[in-house]
Design a protein around this ligand. Sequence first.
Ligand code: AHR
Length: 505
Amino acid sequence: SRPTAHIDPRNEIGTIDRRIFGGFVEHLGRHIYDGIFEPAHESADADGFRGDVIDLVRELGVSTIRYPGGNFVSGYRWEDGIGPVSERPRRLDLAWHATETNEVGLHEFQAWLDRVGSELMLAVNLGTRSTEEALDLLEYANTSVDTTRTRERAANGRAEPFGVTVWCLGNEMDGPWQLGHRGADDYGKLASRTAKAMRQLDPSIELVACGSSGRTMPTFGAWERTVLEHAFDDVDFISCHAYYEERDGDAQEFLASAVDMHRFIEQVVATADHVAAIKKSDKRIMISFDEWNVWYLTRWEAQARTYGPDEWPIAPRQLEDQYNALDAVVFGDLLITLLQHSDRVRSASLAQLVNVIAPIMTEPGGIAWRQTTFFPFSITSRLADARAVRVPVRSGTFTSARFGEVATVNAVATMDDEGISLFVVNRSTTDAEDLTVDLTAVAAEFGRELRIVETHLLHDDDLYAANTLGAPERVGVRGIDGAKVTGGSLALMLPAVSWAAVRLG
Ligand code: AHR
């Protein structure tokens, strides 16, 4: 039978925090050097930033950008990135086995953010460093009082504070690969005392404690509970990180990835609220889903080259995944899932932005182009506004080895004063879906029947078609043929493995 859905503005999930459309820039591979920063490129500005990349990041619509890592931050000395560039130290980056030149640091990155129109979210190093260095950075970044640190900042070209609101207390401290990895008890205590100290300096900041690096981590659940038992009163967010990939050529199973993200969020919320109950608190810890994407991690692990002891390349090609149409549909579904949890996911960062598992690719001295995943992000970020609304769908199901019966069609809507945006995915690998969406309650809310303003469809008959240096526009989005509103209903034909967005106003 044909799938049906209805949009009723009374099914409000919550207001949408723009910070869920965040990104992530790590000193990793060609992300910074030969990515956003390439002084010799013909589009580079006076500071060496590529203009074509700035334009694409603006088009992508990224709110906050988490920086400078990732695994990188757990060995990073932030002071290496300030002061005259010619005097900055060159360091070994143990996380990615590279040489860090420190040509780009806090000031340069902020200058780039000003150009792309995004806000800085900073991570402090709680791997090889501790509370004191976090305080030094916070004082340098956020204080306007006349101190040695702020004089140093002014001498480095910035009299006014950076005014960073959201701070991550380390990165993936649950992961054995992480420099300074520690147990939940140790980390929870360190996060708590660092958070308290940071708030003593600047009570206005918002703090993110590290949650799990993935739902399959052996410590998942227990980690969140223990960390929050220590740091519940001191932090605003707990983080989630999740990466998905097609395994063994099983596209249908891959298309169930959003179910995993959904359960991940539900379980972290349950754990945080359990700690709230123990603490007799009404406080609600929010989720910062500050790393999410499709990442062919197992392929990378299998192929990752090993470096000799004296081989520490500068900006090597690392994690340069090429995304196809199938990846973009899964990716769009992950965005739908984040919106479906707008009440508790108040911050999220697409990992990452340029060249490294990224929606934007560059060639040194050459072009910059949009990967397939660029489109669901830019369209959702532009059209999703104000409030998220649950969209109950009746559809067929398929059987997932991991999640059992999974709905073929998944959708969410957003509502603002001018209209409604609908985001929907057809996860079936075999069947097109002729979806009917009942808009009666929407017409009642707006006092008129809404009309279609724009439609977007991401689908390719070749699931594995991708945009490459040689064919940078092979996959794109087009309008949805035959989409129409009649008799109070929206009719949409969704091809197998497709993601779509519709704006009604
Ligand atoms: O995004 C790539 C890496 O994935 C990050 O550095 C790390 O935090 C995660 O494991």
